[in-house]
Design a protein around this ligand. Structure first.
Ligand code: SF4
Ligand code: SF4
Length: 743
């Protein structure tokens, strides 16, 4: 008894000392990040999030099979803490039982049952990993680039925890020191295997089982603390510190030292974006430490799925590995080398890390420079192979900010914010960005729209309408309910003009009173912001907020209504302008039109014969970023069309390729995103059995991208009778049918 007590306590003290040292180092490293004061506010909400997301495992359960397996594993960790209390108690008192509940059969049942479910879950994880082995499936595997050896070790260690648990408990049951006489069905059942052993032999077996069970847990602790599997401990903290309601929709304001940057008079020491790993906030660093390498983000990423070097998982892993390698310089007192002291091209930085290179662009930039020597500390955060960059420019600029990664990440990592923050530094400080963006920035700055068109042409879309569209004339009449925000695409793009024309006609037919700004309208600044040009965004946004606040002057909250056909405008006007004191109620045209249909102000009539199938493409900034999924679908149904869903739809929808200012950049690597998405749409329509079909959209940029994709497909002989239309056009056709039949 004394021997096992001494061994058990000695092992524990040594491991606690090692793990405590490591925990302090990780804490110091993360605390060295920039402040993020907003992440410790609203504690009750953060506590609720903890309960729902961590204990309810809600985000993991989005993927049912692995989600359920993870659910059981997580709860095994929680419930089996009681077994460890019993184990440590048994070091001191052989027949120890937890006070009050220690002999309760229900607790014994729960412990055994969750342990068995966890064992089964390990089997599920093993099958998933074998079926998705990156060695076989390469980039199609979500584990491509993850540390699969480490993941197998973790599964093996959990297995060891479980078999030693049953070994110890079964021996204890046979010896008569087990706290439960019933309930712990598996342990008591296994205890029968020891029948026939003498009491001294059983005492030895039970002590061995007990020390093995404790020893395995302690070894597991060291592995977790000193490996890339830290997430087991930090994930719950990361989830609680998340951006509310989620890290999509509006981009956060640019801060330096935890305070918003004043772009009219920036401070001399202000840090613009993230140019070095230490520029990230502590929450950003916690994100890096939290990644489980599960690859859910990678599996959904449109850039990755079309052969680009960008994987959101590998970005986070690269940042984490660089942070850890640089830690001795950040918190360990090691001397940082002078900036530019190392010539990475001459030093022969691995241009292509082994097994992670396609198209000449490494997917894992961290591996270009190994170890934690001065080379590691001196390397730029973003840069080419010659520059020794951790994140390659082709990785950084491939992102469409579609948000699929953030949506799927089970531990609330904020990939889009980090990518845009790195872009901000590249644009504002380094002036390094794809050359095409130069034209975009010039057009936005000089003409107030990405196309460089004249503002006086902003009303051209109204020329073919059979009714008047009123322009705001300095005073908003009380009967005017909405400001119709046309957007640059609606004003200048041929396809998008059809959308705003259809919407205007529907509003006109429904008797909705609205005005437009006409030449006073300017780009909301979305493409500038998402490409990192925060300065230009602030300029455009301030101008718009000034105009809009003038339009709505004297109007109470709830009556400052804007309707727009562009999800990017919707997001910026409604959810980013409050950052500049612009507060409006902004709705997407599909939301307003659906309301008008439900109120009977628009009466669509289905065609007598169902004409063709329709598939609906969810725009990222309408769906994932703003969670508007149902209204456009309701309108497709109201128009009498049969909706066939694409395999990737709603929150797992595939991007069209235009977001994140990608609309204005060349797509030089891999397959074009719009072609990939159009193929999926055409396959869906073909599967629905129709010769004809419509790809319905709710965004002017999706419209352009899918129309281009369709044109290319038609050039190759497919999709002959397919068209791309905005949902409003489908509705207008149905409403006109109704009007014609009642005429
Ligand atoms: S936002 Fe979209 S494109 Fe960008 S990394 Fe995430 S999934 Fe990939
Ligand atoms: S989904 Fe989240 S946890 Fe999983 S690999 Fe991506 S970033 Fe890491």
């Amino acid at each position: 008894m004394v021997v096992r007590l001494v061994i058990g306590l000695l092992m524990t003290v040594v491991v606690v000392a090692f793990v405590g040292r490591r925990a302090w180092a990780i804490y110091s490293l993360i605390r060295s990040g920039q402040p993020a004061p907003d992440r410790s506010q609203d504690l009750p909400r953060r506590l609720r999030t903890q309960l729902v997301e961590v204990f309810g495992q809600t985000r993991l359960l989005k993927w049912s099979v692995p989600g359920l397996a993870h659910f059981f594993t997580f709860w095994a960790f929680v419930i089996l803490l009681t077994v460890y209390i019993e184990a440590y108690g048994a070091l001191f008192v052989p027949d120890f039982a937890i006070p009050l509940i220690g002999h309760w059969p229900a607790l014994g049942f729960l412990q055994d049952t969750i342990a068995v479910l966890c064992l089964l879950s390990l089997g599920v994880f093993a099958v998933i990993r074998i079926r998705n082995a990156p060695e076989r499936k390469e980039r199609a595997s979500r584990f491509y680039g993850s540390h699969t050896g480490g993941a197998w070790l973790i599964l093996f260690m959990i297995f060891n925890v479980l078999w030693t648990l049953f070994f110890f408990r079964a021996a204890s049951s046979a010896l008569g020191t087990f706290p439960y006489t019933s309930g712990a069905w598996a342990s008591i059942g296994l205890g029968n295997l020891f029948t026939g052993l003498s009491e001294p032999a059983l005492e030895v077996v039970e002590s061995v089982g007990l020390l093995l069970h404790i020893g395995v847990m302690l070894a597991f602790l060291i592995i977790v603390a000193y490996s890339k599997h830290l997430h087991i401990f930090v994930a719950p903290i990361n989830v609680s510190a998340k951006r509310f309601p989620k890290a999509l929709g509006p981009l956060p304001v640019m801060t330096s030292g935890g305070k918003p940057i004043d772009f009219e008079d920036p401070g001399e020491d202000d840090v613009f974006g993230r140019g070095k790993i230490e520029d990230f906030t502590w929450k950003g660093m916690l994100d890096m430490a939290t990644c489980t390498e599960c690859g859910r983000c990678q599996s959904q990423c449109p850039a990755w799925n079309t052969g680009k070097p960008l994987s959101p998982k590998l970005v986070i892993m690269d940042l984490r590995d660089h942070l850890m390698a640089k830690a001795p310089y950040l918190i360990g007192g090691k001397q940082m080398p002078e900036e530019g002291a190392i010539d990475f091209a001459a030093a022969g930085a691995d241009g292509a890390a082994e097994g992670h290179d396609r198209h000449g662009v490494p997917e894992s930039g961290f591996e270009r420079v190994r170890g934690s020597g001065p080379d590691q500390a001196a390397r730029p955060l973003v840069g080419t192979a010659e520059q020794g960059g951790v994140i390659d420019p082709d990785v950084l600029w491939s992102c469409t900010t579609c948000g699929a990664c953030v949506e799927q990440c089970p531990v609330d990592i904020e990939h889009v914010d980090h990518i845009v923050d790195m872009r901000r530094h590249q644009v504002l400080i380094e002036s390094e960005f794809p050359s095409e963006l130069g034209a975009l920035f010039r057009n936005l700055e000089n003409k107030g729209n990405p196309w460089g068109q004249n503002a006086r042409n902003r009303m051209d879309w109204t020329k073919k309408l059979g009714f008047d569209v009123h322009i705001f004339d300095g005073e908003l009449a009380p009967e005017v309910e909405y400001l119709f925000w046309i957007g640059c695409a609606g004003a200048f793009d041929d396809g998008a003009q059809k959308t705003v024309q259809a919407t205007a006609e529907l509003l006109h037919r429904a008797g909705v009173n609205y005005v437009v700004l006409g030449p006073e309208e300017t780009c909301t600044g979305d493409p500038a912001r998402r490409s990192g040009n925060e300065f230009l965004f602030q300029m455009l946004a301030q101008q718009n907020v000034e105009v809009l606040n003038g339009v709505f002057e004297g109007r109470e909250p709830g009556t400052r209504k804007i309707v727009t056909t562009c999800p990017h405008c919707l997001n910026t006007l409604g959810r980013e302008y409050p950052q500049l004191d612009g507060h409006y109620e902004v709705v997407h045209h599909t939301q307003l039109l659906n309301k008008l249909v439900r109120e009977g102000k628009l009466v669509p009539v289905a065609a007598p014969e169902p004409e063709s199938s329709v598939t609906y493409h969810d725009p990222c900034y309408l769906g994932r970023h703003n969670e508007i999924y149902e209204d456009p679908r309701a309108l497709v149904g109201a128009a009498g069309a049969h909706l066939s869903e694409m395999p990737r739809h709603a929150d797992r929808s595939m991007c069209c390729g235009a977001g994140g200012a990608r609309m204005w950049m060349e797509e030089r690597i891999g397959q074009r995103v719009n072609v990939n998405r159009t193929t999926e749409a055409l396959d869906t329509l073909e599967g629905a059995g129709g010769e004809q079909g419509t790809i319905a959209v709710g965004c002017p940029f999706c419209r352009t991208m899918l129309t281009d994709g369709l044109t290319q497909a038609q050039g190759q002989g497919t999709g002959e009778n397919v068209q791309v239309q905005d949902v409003s056009q489908l509705l207008l056709a149905a409403v006109k049918r109704g009007a014609d039949s009642s005429a």
